[in-house]
Design a binder for this molecule. Structure first.
Ligand code: CA
Length: 231
């Protein structure tokens, strides 16, 4: 999957507005992908890396709020709403959908691209489920609170999952054997079977996948053990 920081998903059913947006984005060096329905937009997000979503509230198949709610379940991509009425603005602000900004219609293409640039700057251009430039952008580890954030989302981990992940996080790229992981993460390693590490890695991966389906940061080294991806 190719990563481009310039892919902007434009979800707008009115052709004239969409064409204006697409033209403005292309002029400024972005690669816009235009879709007219919420369903088509979600399909794009499931299959390619997008830096930001421009999302119209009034779509033919589902409203923009539902699209946003749905995409928030799987993606951390920034969203800018396009609203047509004052009531919609109130909703964007009030629903706490995690919208990064909104632009009220009618708007100038310049205003929209300026907002897009501002949001991308704020989110560091790494809001999507792409592999960011360095590991620190992905992970935040607070050992005092036994808390790990992945792409800004706090992970709900069991004690052993947390301890396993903390060991891997301490040295990204280093391959740890199952024995090493077990002695580091279990109070009584002798009592646990080798497979237990695999079982916990599996549940850990599932939790990471819920945040960023494409990231898969835990690497299996066959016959050796596991490592955390360095990028
Ligand atoms: Ca519309």
């Amino acid at each position: 999957m190719a990563f481009s920081s310039g892919n902007i998903l434009v979800v707008e059913d009115e052709q004239a507005i969409a064409e204006t947006i697409v033209y403005a984005l292309e002029t400024e060096g972005f690669q816009p992908v235009w879709k007219t329905t919420g369903r088509a937009a979600l399909d794009v997000l499931a299959s390619q890396t997008v830096a930001l979503v421009v999302l119209d509230v009034g779509l033919p198949d589902m409203n923009g709020f539902d699209v946003c709610r749905e995409l928030r379940r799987h993606h951390v991509v920034p969203v800018i709403f396009l609203t047509a009425r004052d009531g919609e603005v109130d909703k964007v602000v009030g629903l706490e959908l995690g919208a990064d900004d909104y632009v009220a219609k009618p708007f100038s293409p310049r205003e929209l691209t300026a907002r897009i640039r501002a949001v991308l700057r704020r989110t560091n251009g790494n809001g999507a489920t792409a592999a960011p430039a360095n590991a620190t952008a992905i992970w935040t580890h607070d050992p005092a609170k036994c808390r790990v954030e992945f792409y800004g989302v706090t992970l709900e981990l069991t004690r052993n999952e947390y301890r396993l992940l903390a060991v891997l996080l301490a040295q990204p790229g280093r391959v740890f054997s199952r024995d090493q992981l077990m002695s580091a993460a279990w109070d009584d390693p002798g009592a646990a079977l080798d497979r237990t590490v695999d079982a916990h890695i599996k549940t850990l991966r599932a939790k990471l996948r819920e945040v960023a389906p494409e990231a898969d940061p835990i690497v299996t080294h066959r016959g050796l053990g596991y490592a955390l991806s360095e990028t």
